[in-house]
Ligand binder design. Sequence first.
Ligand code: G3P
Ligand code: CA
Length: 387
Amino acid sequence: MGTQESNQVAGGTGRRALLGAAVLGAGSAVLGLSGTAAADSARRGGGLKGLPVPTVIGHRGASGYRPEHTFGSYQLALDMGADIVEAGDLVPTKDGHLVCRHEPEIGGTTDVADHPEFADRRTTKVLDGVSTTGWFTEDFTLAELKTLRATERIPANRPHNTLYNGRWEIPTFEEVLRWQDEQTRKRGKQVWIYPELKHPTYFRGLGLGTEERLAKLLRRHGKDKKTSPVIIQSFEPTSIQRMNKLVGNPLAVLLSGAGSRPYDFVATGDPRTTDDLITPEGLKEIASYAQGIGPDLSLIIPRDSAGRLTEPTTLVADAHEAGLILHPYTLRNENPFLPADFRKGTDADAYGDALGAFAAYFATGIDGIFTDNPDTGLLAREDFVNG
Ligand code: G3P
Ligand code: CA
């Protein structure tokens, strides 16, 4: 991404019942109930039931406007009104702290290359089967990482965001948990976060298992319950299975595009791909340990060879039938990231018809969406629920 780049509502128990209510919220909108009524219905009760549907999730904060995974980005997402902030993608340091970066390699999102004292840390590693050169969080202590500053990942697309290069440091997940509490108090409204475990098999192989570290932090902060405002996601199903044994939080399995294979499956010799996981049987199995899925948007509405949207798949209905909610990723305002039918004008990186794209995806009945532009997503939701 980037350039890198049978609803059990009534009578259900535990997590399934919680998620079922969220599914009902989406279904109500699809069935034509007023959006306000659907949202009000979804707000009753605790946990996920309290989230508006479709839920607008600030992807890496408000990363359309600020360098991703910084407190500047997270704060702006909240200021814009995002229902949940993806704070953050989690990777470990050498001394075992969880920090917020999209991947272990930090050459693309920090000023590490400008630090001569770290020049000899530049190296090449095989990350999930891919040869990767740069600087890796697992080779730095937290104290060392804190001397770096975040920078914009895609300056060619988002030159305005480079204004903020160097302004913010790399957040730790423990700082995020404290920030969540502070912001909840200040705003008088529960702040939700949506951390993702990145490359868990890779890090476990280095002796830096991340699931236990995440569980320990959540417990320490009293946020390890099924009603805690923290949803945990991972592209590796076995990582989510591990989290299911460690904590009670809502869990979501991320799904890459058709034909792709989760890296934990590669490592263990499990031959299944995303195509197997999105069958009714595959979804039923996921629902035995998770409450939601985070599919690539192409699994909701595939694109044709020209990049235009085609017909929606049955994934929304199939996932809801299995009792799972769907939070697909990632919608961005700029032309290069939009389906071809929503691109506008001749300026390659100008905004296209992002509102139209949100409307197309919301119409499928998804329960929420990750977006770099939470303000646009919220306007689109307003149009959708009032339309
Ligand atoms: O977490 C949802 C989405 O963020 C997954 O994609 O690559 O941006 O982490 P990625
Ligand atoms: Ca993510």
